[in-house]
Design a protein around this ligand. Sequence first.
Ligand SMILES: Cc1cc2nc3c(=O)[nH]c(=O)nc-3n(C[C@H](O)[C@H](O)[C@H](O)COP(=O)(O)OP(=O)(O)OC[C@H]3O[C@@H](n4cnc5c(N)ncnc54)[C@H](O)[C@@H]3O)c2cc1C
Length: 530
Amino acid sequence: MRSRPIRSVAVVGAGMGGLTASLYLAQRGHEVFLLERAKYPGGTAGFYAKRGMVYPTGATLTFGLEPGGLFASILQEVGVHLPLYPVNHVMDVRLPDRNVPVVASRAEWLAALKTSFPERASQVVRFWRAVEKTAQAAYLFAKARAALPVQTREDFLHILATMAANKSMLGFGVQRLRATVADALREFHLDDYGPFRLFIDAQLFDAVQTTSEWAAWLPSCLALDIYRYGVWLPQGGVPALAAAMADRARTLGVHVLFSNTVTDATYSQASKQWCLRTNRGHELCVDAVVNATGTRVTTQTDEPVSGDNSASQVSGAQWGAVRIDALMSGQGVQEAWFHRDDPRAPFAIQIADDAGVDAPHEGPCGPLYITFHPEEPAEDRYGAPTGDHAIRVTVSAHTRPHDWLNLPKAMYHERKQRWLQDMFERIDRRLPHFSEHIVTCSMGTPLTYARYLNKAWVGGVPLTVANAISRPRGPKTPWPRWYLAGDTVFPGPGMLSAALSGFFAARSIDPRIGQRAYKMHESPSSLVRR
Ligand SMILES: Cc1cc2nc3c(=O)[nH]c(=O)nc-3n(C[C@H](O)[C@H](O)[C@H](O)COP(=O)(O)OP(=O)(O)OC[C@H]3O[C@@H](n4cnc5c(N)ncnc54)[C@H](O)[C@@H]3O)c2cc1C
C-alpha cells in the first residue's frame, strides 16, 4: 500500500538548518510552516538588539561561500543572493609565548606555520600537508552531498559514486577513518610539541567542540583547513544572511511564524498527520515535521514508538556559551594589538592559554574568542553608531550549561560578575588595557540562550569519532515522518554544516530535492570544478 504523500511540512526552528530545509521544500511545492520561538530568524546565527545596538547571537564568519563552494551552491539553489566581503587575516591566535596569524591565503599560511613554529617547522608543514589532503577529500565528500549515516538507497549510491570517482583522494580519509587528531599528531611526532598542540586544541575546540584527544581526524581536517577555501563576511554581517533566507522563504510562500514556540506534537496513525501546538495556542496539523531546534519537543503517538525523536543526546560533553557583547571606544581600537586603520588587522583574536576543558575546571573553558566589528557599509542595518568611532566587540567562551541553570538569582548574578572579571583579566594579560576601553557591556550565559532560543547547549554535536564516524545522527528518526536538522545532527557544528543538514532533511522528505545538484551519471569531481 502506498503511503500518503507528504504535502505539508512544519519546520520547527528558523536557524540555518530550519531555514535551509524550508527553502528546499517550498521550492518543490510543499506547503511549509516555519515556526520560530524568537522574534527574528537565524537562531545562533542571528542577532539581538540591546540598548539600541545590534549584536550577533553567535556566528560571525561564514565558510563555503567561495565560487563553487558548498554553502554558495546551497544558497544559489534556493535563490538567496547577498554581497560578500572576503577576509584574509581571519584571526590572531595568542598562545602564551607566541602569536599565530591565521590567514586564508594558502601560501601565506604555510609561511606563517613555519615562522610561528620554528622549532619543528618541517614536521609541522608535513602534518599540515596531510591535513590539507584529508580536508580536500572531506570537502569533496560534503560537496557531493554524501550523507551519514546511510539511511536511504540514495545515501548509499551517493557514497559509492563519490568514492568511485575519487579513489586516490578518499584514500587519505579512509586510511585514518577512525583516528583522532591526537593519533595523527603522534604519527608526525608532534604530540609532545606544546605550543603546536595548544594551537590545534584551541582551533578544534571552537570549530568541532572537542580537543585533539577526541576529535575525529576526518572532519577535523576540514575544520582546520576550511579557512584556506575562503572566509566571508556577508554584507550586513551574518545575521543579514539569515534575514535574506527568511525573506526568500516568504517569497516562496513559506508561512514564517515568529514568536511561536512549539510546545508539543501528537501523531495520529489514522490521519498520518502530526498536530503541533504552540505557546500562542495555535494548532497546526501537517504531514511531516522537521525538528531543527536541537532540543527535544514533547511528542506523542497513538501507537508506541521506541527511540529518540531529538538529537539532544550525543556522546561526550556538549557545550554552552558565555559571551560578552561590548562597545569599545575608538581609542581602544588604536591599540597595538588591533589597529583599525590597518587593512591587515585581524577580524578576530583567539586567546589560547591553559584554561582547561577538564571536568573540575571552574570558569570559562578553553580559548576566549574575540571578534571586532568595525564600521560596516552605510547600508548596514546592524552597524554600530559612528560617534566616537566606537566599535562592537564580542567575546565568547565555552561553558557547561549545568553551571548556570537552576541557580538562585543572587548566585547567578554573582557568578556572572566573577566570570566577566575573569574573562577581562585573561584578555588584559595578553591584550594590555583591553578592558579599560570598554564603554558598555553585557554578558550572556546559557540561561540567556535558553530564555531566548530555548537552547542552553548551543555548541552543536562535538565531532568525536563516535559522533562523527561510528554513530552519526542523520535526519531520519524512528518516529513516523519526524526528521531532524541543525548542528546536533550530521555533519555537525557551524552554519555551513547546519545548512547542509537542512538540505539532508529536505531530501529525506522529498528525494527529488538535490537531483539537479548531483546526478548519478555525473562525476562528483566535475561538480567541484563547475
Ligand atoms: C558563540 C557562538 C559563535 C559561533 N560562531 C560561528 C561562526 O563564526 N561561524 C559558524 O559557521 N558557526 C558559528 N557558530 C555555530 C553556528 O552558529 C551554529 O552551528 C548554527 O548556526 C546552528 O544552526 P541550527 O540550524 O542548528 O540552529 P540554531 O542556531 O541552534 O537555532 C535553533 C532555532 O530553534 C528555535 N527553537 C528552539 N526551540 C524551539 C521551539 N520549541 N519552537 C520553535 N522554535 C524553537 C530557536 O529559537 C533557534 O532560533 C557559533 C555558535 C555560537 C554559539
